[in-house]
Design a protein around this ligand. Structure first.
Ligand SMILES: Nc1ncnc2c1ncn2[C@@H]1O[C@H](COP(=O)(O)OP(=O)(O)OP(=O)(O)O)[C@@H](O)[C@H]1O
Ligand SMILES: O=P(O)(O)OC[C@H]1O[C@H](OP(=O)(O)OP(=O)(O)O)[C@H](O)[C@@H]1O
Ligand SMILES: [Mg+2]
Length: 350
């Protein structure tokens, strides 16, 4: 598996693997090979983000973690690769057009406005500077532009319109600060590709490399369990009620409190007043309920719990949620046309 060796993606990739208990061990900072002790059969190679994609295409590596924008540009239409996980949760940005805000561009607010500008013709094409020529060519062709020329630059593209070396830019946008600080704007229809970290594989390797599918299965399981858990809290509350069933009914009747499957209800014990302090007895009217709550709904869930007799609410972050077989794994098998009984999956036997 190849991972980015530098830049903003490198740290996030290593952190994500660490969060999945797959810490990367790189003994020598100037060597580019590393290992993951929990996956002894897997070599980890540090490569520039762009080379991660190239080496996947050449079959030099079987798996790679990279930004989707890089994959879309360099593996442009290469059917030999497959995105195993498309939302690793970091490196979020998008490829978009940056248009000047002033002068003749002041009223250009959509891709249609841009295409209709009378200036563009054979001798005076729209000059677009970008590092993503494949993405740009496909986009402008699909949008029906006839007179466009693509110029190259590796960075600081936002300076080009002011320098007069290009009319507009096509570049990565995250917060939009760089565009704004250079008097550039985005336009309706100009957001081209959304991007974040993705896990990509070489399809042929998946079919031919012994044991690779087992590694992929485990990677997807771990990633899914961690990424899903990041969106939830585990909430434990003391609930007043005459029976576990009544408490469960009250919780299930309250929208947003159902959790993943439903509440877990257990009795709360207190000292038995009739046992002169020597015994404990189930409280007749208090139960403990545990549910998973989406982080975005935490405070509303606390209020809802209180409204149905909740108190003493404990909130804990979730580390992993191992659900049924991840849907992404099923999609990978379907994309590879591999049935559950395929000998390739033999190494996955529990
Ligand atoms: N604001 C951003 N600007 C650029 N890349 C971003 C941004 N946000 C996320 N990314 C992701 O990070 C990747 C760039 O990673 P990296 O930092 O390794 O490249 P880079 O440092 O821009 O490379 P170079 O040194 O050639 O400019 C992009 O492909 C994209 O997936
Ligand atoms: O929307 P923002 O949050 O401002 O981020 C987008 C900017 O970040 C990247 O540049 P980078 O910092 O990688 O420098 P570079 O242009 O030299 O690649 C990208 O090329 C944009 O210029
Ligand atoms: Mg950059």
């Amino acid at each position: 598996m190849a991972v980015p060796s530098k830049g903003r993606m490198a740290e996030d990739t290593i952190q994500l693997l660490k969060d999945c208990q797959l810490s990367v061990y790189k003994p020598n900072p100037r060597q580019y090979i590393a290992s993951i002790s929990q996956m002894p059969g897997l070599e980890v190679w540090f490569q520039r983000a762009s080379d991660v994609v190239r080496k996947l295409m050449y079959g030099d590596v079987d798996l790679g973690i990279v930004g989707y924008d890089m994959y879309a540009e360099i593996a442009h239409g290469d059917s030999g690769l497959i995105v195993l996980h498309d939302s690793l949760g970091f490196g979020k940005c998008h490829l978009g057009l940056g248009i000047p805000t002033g002068g003749k561009w002041a009223d250009i607010n959509s891709i249609d406005d841009l295409r209709r500008m009378p200036e563009w013709n054979e001798t005076n094409p729209l000059r677009v500077v970008t590092g993503y020529h494949n993405v740009a060519r496909k986009f402008f062709s699909e949008q029906g532009f006839e007179h466009v020329v693509l110029l190259s630059a590796d960075g600081a593209l936002e300076a080009a319109p002011l320098m007069g070396t290009a009319d507009i830019i096509l570049d990565l946008v995250s917060t939009g600060v760089t565009l704004r600080e250079n008097n550039l704007k985005e336009i309706e229809g100009g957001r081209i590709v959304d991007s974040q970290g993705v896990l990509v594989a070489n399809k042929r390797a998946l079919r031919e490399q012994p044991g690779l599918l087992a590694v992929v299965h485990e990677l997807i399981e771990r990633l899914e369990a961690h990424l899903k858990a990041e969106n939830y809290y585990s909430v434990v509350a003391n609930m007043r009620g005459s029976s576990p069933g009544e408490v469960a009914h009250n919780i299930l009747s309250s929208d947003g409190l159902r959790g993943l499957q439903g509440p877990t209800i257990t009795p709360v014990y207190s000292m038995d007043p009739d046992s002169n302090g020597s015994g404990a007895a189930e409280s007749p009217s208090l139960y403990s309920a545990t549910i998973c709550v989406p982080k975005k709904r935490l405070y509303k869930s606390i209020k809802d719990l209180r409204a149905i007799g909740g108190s003493g609410v404990l909130v804990q972050p979730m580390t992993y949620i191992f659900d049924e077989e991840p849907e992404r794994w099923q999609k990978v098998l379907a994309a590879l046309d591999i049935d559950i009984g395929d000998p390739l999956l033999a190494s996955l036997e529990p």
